[in-house]
Design a protein. Structure first.
Length: 324
């Protein structure tokens, strides 16, 4: 009973306090409400360009491409007939598409492994603060800012049978192959050209990550007797793993979208050995004028990129530092 009486007295006191509290002026409420609406307007105004841009240049084109993929669309014949899932059924038996997927697989594996490995190696060297690192860094980063087509054209001359590379090899008594006319060497050449084009960007990203590793942790590991390889494996790699995730996603997506290098260097040849998925898509659309089937391949490419990105993102908690 004592507890009940105390609770009743407390409630009575609280009600009395609320009753005695002066009401908030209507003007204050209106000003606060107007300020809140103003904040909303400013916020929506700030995000509107990004949202409208995403709707106009990402969402709408994706919907349009999927809709086109459900049609038999030939621009020259001026036909646009609904065909349902015929284009997707055709993919199952299209040997040319299967070959292009295999070529894309080999190109992506070679590019990702070489690019990330070389970029990390170069970043580790630059992080040692050796003499001449500025010149070294400029040398490897300069191809990033060079026009992609110009870079590829220069390499196309160097890789000819009588080009600069074979001319250099002949000076040391080596008879170089016709790099762009052999299935294996053509794929290797395209991969190397692309690696040297973009390795500088990944090198800079890794260098920034390495410079963010706390020196106190490295010094403590040295005092405990950890060697250079042990420090790199147990401290450096885990600390820069978020950057490794970023670089791997960007490099994989870029490897699946390669086009200009193939078009300039090999034209998809010899045979179909370097006809990657994007180049095969281009052939279907602009050589054979089958835009419906090309749209279906575009949807397939989008799904491949999406799935690979989601897999990397979902598995990051297992190996990326400080991800929970």
């Amino acid at each position: 009973m004592t507890t009940t009486a105390a609770s009743g007295a407390a409630e009575t006191t609280e009600r009395r306090g609320r009753a005695e509290r002066p009401p908030r002026p209507a003007g204050v409420r209106r000003r606060r409400s107007a300020a809140t609406r103003g904040d909303w307007i400013v916020g929506y105004t700030m995000v509107a360009p990004a949202v409208l841009g995403a709707l106009a240049f990402v969402i709408a084109p994706l919907i349009a491409v999927f809709w086109f993929s459900l049609h038999d669309w030939n621009v020259l014949a001026n036909t646009f007939v609904f065909s349902g899932t015929e284009n997707y059924e055709r993919m199952l038996s299209d040997q040319g598409l299967h070959d292009s997927l295999l070529a894309s697989l080999w190109f992506s594996i070679g590019l990702v492994v070489l690019n990330i490995t070389l970029a990390l190696f170069l970043a580790v060297l630059l992080n040692q603060k050796l003499p001449g690192t500025t010149t070294f860094r400029t040398f490897f980063f300069s191809p990033v800012v060079v026009s992609l087509v110009a870079w590829t054209i220069v390499w196309s001359f160097l890789l000819q049978a009588d080009g600069g590379i074979n001319g250099f090899l002949s000076l040391i008594g080596v008879d170089g192959p016709n790099w762009l006319r052999n299935d294996f060497t053509a794929m290797v050449s395209v991969i190397i050209v692309q690696v040297f084009k973009n390795v500088g960007m990944n090198m800079i990203l890794f260098l920034a990550a390495l410079q963010g590793v706390p020196e106190e942790i490295m010094e403590a590991a040295r005092i405990d007797g950890a060697g250079a390889w042990r420090r790199f494996r147990s401290i450096t790699l885990p600390m820069i793993s978020p950057t490794i995730l970023l670089v791997s996603i960007l490099t994989i997506v870029g490897s699946l979208e390669v086009f200009a290098q193939i078009a300039v260097l090999t034209g998809g040849g010899p045979g179909n050995s370097t006809t990657v998925l994007v180049y095969y898509l281009y052939q279907q659309a602009f050589r054979f004028n089958d835009f419906g089937y090309a749209s279906g391949i575009s949807v397939l490419l989008f799904m491949i990129v999406l799935v690979l990105t989601l897999i990397q993102w979902q598995t990051r908690k297992r190996w990326v530092f400080n991800e929970t």
